[in-house]
Design a protein around this ligand. Sequence first.
Ligand code: ADP
Ligand code: MG
Length: 620
Amino acid sequence: MKKGNIGVTTENIFPVIKKFLYSDHDIFLREMVSNAVDATQKLKTLAGKGEFQGELGDLKVEVLIDKEAGTLTVRDHGVGMTADEIERYINQIAFSGAGEFLEKYKDAEAIIGHFGLGFYSSFMVSDRVDILTKSYQDAPAQKWSCDGSPEFSLEEIDKSERGTDIVMHLSDDCKEFLEKGKIEQLLSKYCHFLPIPVVFGKESKWDEKEKKMVETDEDHVINSVAPLWMRKPAELKDEDYKEFYRHLFPMSDEPLFWIHLNVDYPFNLTGILYFPKLKENIEMQRNKIQLYCNQVFVTDQVEGIVPEFLTLLHGVIDSPDIPLNVSRSYLQGDPNVKKISSYITKKVSDRLSSIFKTQRAEYEEKWQDISIFIAYGMLSEPDFYDKAKDFYLLTDTEGKHFTLDEYKTLIASEQTNKDGQTIYLYATDKEAQYAQIEAARKKGYSVLLMNGQLDAPLMNMLETKLEKSTFTRVDSDVLERLILKEDVKEQTEEEKKQYEGLIKAFSDLLKPAEDDKKAPTYSVQTQSLGAEAAPVTLTQSEYMRRMKEMARLQPGMSFYGELPDSYNVILNTDAPLIRKVIDGDDSQVAQLVDLCLLQNGLLKGEALQRFVERTMQGLS
Ligand code: ADP
Ligand code: MG
């Protein structure tokens, strides 16, 4: 038997490995299985070139638990190692690099991959690791053994089968890796798409007679589904993509679209990204992009690699070119990663653009679901905005869709005011703003429905990007003034005087209770809007409303958030019901006030009850 020292620069590298990587020690299994797969692939390559001419046999990788011995074994039938290769590849591992690496990144959490540590990560969970190996070359089989000190032993053994067993004698605090469920879970996480079958135990099936699950003779293969992203898009059908999606995310609805990524210059990247059907809580649906490095799962934390707005997509990305053994903040500054990120952004916008151009009906059908991604992207990525402005759709209250250009053309003549500003009228709630929507439509205006989660900031942005464009909610007070209309007449001083009594009659009823600081405030005004228009309308300052909405979303603006809601009550001095009040009959003012509040969802509690009772009395 030979004894010797492992060629490490730091004497105590093993305790460091143990401690340092503790938080993520699950990855040792990934490392052992991928080494086994590598060794198997190498053998296949040699066979392909005719350099290995023996029987390949069943080239599976096996993971075996021995509870009694307290060991976990990863077995392959790959190239194996000669004594000389063990010396070179295991003993003289270039730990100087690893030592520096450990110095540099003391914060284990900041690291997403530890590829550099490879084989030695087995010591995170083991008191002792044995390598039993027989090379495909004609050389005696070897047993290497090391107990976590820099000392190892190497001896010849009897082993007739080609390949390598890595036997990990699990330490006391790592006995969880003797549990079938734990290993099963880790294997399906990390090894799901490896190119060589990974076998763990036997397949079970339901036995009708015994009324329980029983083991069959068949191997239980972890990676039975082929990684679809490795195949050529031209070979694949829609159903293939959908099935793969179901496999990745079993409980999800069918995806809306998908994008097959495939590039080999200037970097190597493949993958499939799906547009999922999003549910209410979008935060919950992040981190469903799995990152692989040559089919080995690395992480599902892809911030920094995928642009923020695309972290809502689901799918897989596989790239050997993403530096995995570094901290995340480093990743974000990496020029390669930046390139990858902008490549993905471009692919996504190209794909959306082509669906929009060639299948507009289908695109519109799915607009409801994809609009959130697109709005998010337009808000966060200027490059994406430049493309998306051509396939972003505005939707009117009747459900018709328009591109920004189409809509501008549609409303330009009717909704441009004397200062040349085009007014985009919108509603945020079709029910609550029904009366105002109807009133605007009667005048021949188009009203957009902007009720999406990101529509408020999006409108702010569009106002800065689109020339001479203003978004104004249908119930906003600027409406009448902003839009060129012949039927709004300026009031004379004499008229104003004439309406003082009218204004007072309404104001008295709308005064908030003294002690209620949160109650909405109302400012009563008169306007001549024509006999056909409603007698009383409620409007709000567009500016104040937006400020208050933003205050809800952003800290530091609480000043606006604490202000009570304020409304303008516009009395139409041409309406017969208002004329009656002007002429001295104020018997119906209370009813008019309540009806107006009711229409705007502002009549509540006691006031609502009083209104109902009064109205009932009127009925009898
Ligand atoms: P890497 O896989 O990045 O090369 P590792 O530390 O994981 O680094 O492995 C070091 C080397 O040990 C491998 O390159 C390979 O030569 C050898 N090795 C590890 N596991 C096996 C195995 N199961 N069969 C054959 N060789 C192996
Ligand atoms: Mg390795």
